[in-house]
Design a protein around this ligand. Structure first.
Ligand code: 5GP
Ligand code: MG
Ligand code: MG
Length: 183
């Protein structure tokens, strides 16, 4: 669905499907150049990164491997606590792989910071981060994100994989959720 299908649930659209598509194509060109001749493993963080992963990976004109990790971070439904639990670990042994973690959004940065620490001891050739969105004003820890889509304001957003209580992931755009929905 598009933002126009659920006008009452949104306050504004931040990034459109078209802008996302164009940005992912750009990032794919950079990644292809940077990883030329290298074994590349994309690691998607479930569930929010599903759309980014699907579209980004298909922009690539080379072979890659793909794996998934599911983590949960304790906290309310709109804020993360930084206490992370692995719900589904990787199936891949990272030895010999150049790893690119694919994320939907960097908010506090606590989840990725934990994930990067967790990956550090697993023998990857290199580890970098691609994130579609980042909220600079919400950062509690700095994350070195080599491939970034868009910086956005410090608001709770939905769409393009991002949910509120498992809803709105199928919205094609990224939008600010109207406060009355979670109030
Ligand atoms: P962080 O640890 O950087 O604070 O964020 C952890 C996770 O919280 C993100 O990967 C994402 O799944 C979720 N999250 C953070 N900000 C938002 C947001 O604005 N909207 C939604 N739907 N999820 C968010
Ligand atoms: Mg995520
Ligand atoms: Mg969520």
């Amino acid at each position: 669905m598009r933002a126009a299908d659920i006008p009452n649930d949104l306050t504004s659209v931040l990034v459109t499907e078209e802008q996302i598509n164009e940005k992912l194509a750009e990032l794919a060109l950079r990644v292809e150049e940077d990883y030329s001749g290298k074994k590349l493993l994309l690691v998607g963080v479930l569930k929010g990164a599903v759309m980014v992963m699907a579209d980004f990976a298909r922009h690539l004109t080379r072979d890659i491997a793909m794996d998934w990790m599911a983590v949960s971070s304790y906290g309310s439904s709109t804020k993360s606590s930084g206490v992370v639990q692995i719900r589904k670990d990787l199936d891949t042994d990272l030895g010999g792989w150049h790893v690119l973690i694919v994320e939907d959004i960097i908010d506090s940065g606590l989840t990725l910071s934990w994930l990067l620490d967790n990956f550090a001891s697993r023998g990857a050739e290199s580890i970098e981060v691609l994130a579609l969105l980042r909220k600079p004003e919400a950062a509690k820890v700095e994350i070195d994100c080599k491939y970034l889509g868009f910086d956005i304001p410090n608001e709770f957003v939905i769409g393009y994989g991002l949910d509120y209580a498992e809803r709105y992931r199928n919205l094609r755009d990224v939008a600010i959720l109207a406060p009355h929905v979670y109030a």
